[in-house]
Write a protein that binds this ligand. Sequence first.
Ligand code: IDP
Ligand code: MG
Length: 154
Amino acid sequence: MEKTLVIFKPSAIERGLVGNILTRFQQKGLVITGMKMMQLNEAILREHYSHLVEKSFFPLLLKSMMASPVIVLCLAGKDAINVVRLMTGATNGREALPGTIRGDFASSNQENIIHASSSPEDAEAEIARFFAPGEIFDWTPANTPFIYSSLELN
Ligand code: IDP
Ligand code: MG
């Protein structure tokens, strides 16, 4: 199954949204294969957001992402990267569609509740960035035949 990385940002932690968002992922049929709380620092954020380090808002983004511990999550499922991005919604919470996580919980470009990997290359690098190999559990829930048809499970 494809894996993707999600970060519950300080905006999710501070606002008590962890349970709600985790429930959404579980209801969708995504499988938790790794989960832990950690305090991010500037070094890991410069790597994670390397595409944004030159932006004028980057210092504020750093501060925002270090404002509290975060929870990192490795989710598995068929097409999990795309499924989770669709559930996440547009970057700016004011433009994210209702029904998406950002559309339902965010009103900001920066304070937008979760991070989700945006490509297979990013997902692989991000999972390795935030998890040691022994922290990811490859397991198959017993309910899998009720989540996917046998044709979808090859
Ligand atoms: P994404 O999280 O939807 O993939 P990216 O463009 O990769 O969006 O940006 C990473 C994060 O940087 C966003 O989730 C948001 O927290 C922050 N960010 C992006 N653009 C802006 C901006 O214009 N102002 C403030 N923060 C921004
Ligand atoms: Mg991104």
